[in-house]
Structures are given as C-alpha cells and as structure tokens.
Ligand binder design. Structure first.
Ligand code: GDP
Ligand code: MG
Length: 268
C-alpha cells in the first residue's frame, strides 16, 4: 500500500524558526513566475498559461541531518488587495523579482517592486532606515526568445543592483532551463542558506518515501554526513494572516531586533 504524508505529519518535523525560510516570487503577470516555481519544484515547464491567484508550496530538506523548510510564495501579478502584497513582502526572506525580457513594462514593475520591498522591510529594521541586506535576484526571463525581442538591456538593470552585494541579476529561460539552477545557487548563497537547497544539489524524496522521511529515526540515523534530501510537502496550505504575523515576529526577535516603528508596520 502506498504511504501518504499529510501536512499535519510534516508539522511534526518541528523545524526551528532559524531553519524556516520563505521565498517570494514577484513580478507582473505572464512574465514566468509560475514557470520558475515549477522549475524549482519539479523541473518541468508548461507552455500553457494558467493565471495564478497566489500559490503556496512547501519543501522540506534534510541536509546532513539538519531539517530545513522553504516556503515558496508564487504571487499573482496584479494584487487586488495591496495589503496582501505588503504581507507577502513582510514574510519574505528571499525574493525573486521577475520581468520578461520582451516586455519593458514588466521591467518597470520590477523597479517599483524592489523599491517597495526596501520600504516595507525597512520598518522591521532597528534604527537604520534603509534595508539593504535582503537577498534578492532580479530575473530577466524568456531569454530564449532571442536578442531581437529584447526590450531591456543588461546595462539598464545594472544601476538596480550596483553596490548591493545581496542583489544579483540573471538573464534566464524557465522554458529552456537556462541559468535557472545558477540563479537559485546564488540566491541561496547570498541568503547564507545551504546551497544544497538548489534543485540540482539534493536527492529528491518522493511522497512514497515521505513517511520514512518524516520518521524521527530517519532524521539522524539514515542520513549520511554528506547527504542532502528534499521533499515537496503535499497539500501544503498557505498559513493564515495570523500565522504570518507570528512568523514575522519570530524572525525579527530571532535576530535580536525590534520593529523600528510600530505604526508603519501596520498592515493596511
Ligand atoms: P506568471 O503569470 O508570471 O506566473 O507567468 P507563467 O509562468 O504562467 O508564464 C506565462 C507564459 O509565459 C506561459 O505561457 C509560459 O509558458 C510562458 N513562459 C514562461 N517562462 C518562459 C520562458 O522562459 N520562455 C518562453 N518563451 N516562455 C515562457
Ligand atoms: Mg503565475
């Protein structure tokens, strides 16, 4: 009989807050956000366009015996409720900002998003006004379309990342899987996360093995020193707004910080 894993079981993995991260993918509609999420989760690409409202995925890892959790928020390009976007930004630890190389407007949206991330995050900072240590990659997606279709040149992106060692730019293609793995590697390395979290650098554990993955015995005993495993949590549901707020608090206090200005942190 096939063993299944409920999200409740996964909660029993008890991942410490310091090992829990959230990756938020932002950008205009149809730029390839879901395609990048799909590459990350299952290595596939789908030519069909399915509008996203907000997709939530969770991946758990056992890396050399330590358990990590990565939540992936694949957002919609147009947020009907600005507060939702602000909340997504507040809960994000690492960001992927996507534009499509053949669409100039989508690049302008990335510029606005980057500014908004800096503003929203700065309210969680103690004293400093600017939040510059937010790991973030900017992706010019659909590079497979060819230079002729490019409406944005790399020189135009440079000022956005200049002087920020936590921000990098990649021209990628989710379709052809060009530079996607490199992009994730650099993002995780900027965020000081284990590079084994990148799709190419760990063994994928399927749901059938999920039960084993979840067992305490597996957590330590069966994992060899050098091993890294990753498993997509089936049936993961986006946490409630309340849980999100608790998550933000745990992160801020975990860093020993204080919300800089209470009023400005209100989600409105
Ligand atoms: P989202 O709205 O940003 O989530 O965009 P999707 O991931 O749904 O992609 C929108 C459309 O662009 C879909 O038809 C995809 O198949 C297509 N697409 C996504 N990534 C690429 C890419 O790298 N190259 C090309 N040519 N098309 C892509
Ligand atoms: Mg989408």
């Amino acid at each position: 009989m096939m063993k299944t894993l409920s999200s409740g079981n996964c909660a029993s993995l008890d991942v410490p807050a310091k090992n829990s991260y959230r990756m938020v993918i932002l950008g205009a509609s149809r730029v390839g956000k879901s395609a990048i999420a799909s590459r990350f989760l299952n290595g596939r690409f789908d030519d069909q366009y399915t509008p996203t409202i907000e997709d939530f995925h969770r991946k758990v890892y056992n890396i050399r015996g330590d358990i990590y959790q990565l939540d992936i928020l694949d957002t919609s390009g147009n947020y009907p409720f600005p507060a939702m976007r602000r909340l997504s930004i507040l809960t994000g630890d690492v960001f992927i900002l996507v534009f499509s190389l053949d669409n100039r407007e989508s690049f302008e949206e990335v510029q606005r998003l980057r500014k908004q991330i800096m503003e929203v995050k700065s309210c969680l900072k103690d004293k400093t006004k600017e939040a510059t240590d937010i790991p973030m990659v900017i992706c010019g997606n659909k590079c497979d379309l060819g230079e002729l279709y490019h409406e944005v040149q790399p020189e135009e992106v440079e000022p956005l990342i200049a002087g920020d060692e936590n921000c990098a730019y990649f021209e990628i293609s989710a379709k052809k899987n060009t530079s996607v793995d490199e992009m994730f590697c650099v993002l995780f390395s900027m965020a000081k996360l284990p590079h084994e979290m990148s799709p190419a650098l760990h063994r994928k554990v399927s749901v059938q093995y999920g039960e084993t993955f979840n067992r305490k015995s597996f957590r330590i005993k069966r994992v060899k020193e050098a091993d890294a495993y990753g498993m997509i949590t089936p049936f993961a549901r986006r946490p409630s707004v309340n849980s999100d707020l608790k998550y933000i608090k745990a992160k801020v206090l975990g860093r020993g910080g204080q919300p800089r200005d209470r009023e400005k942190c209100i989600i409105q």
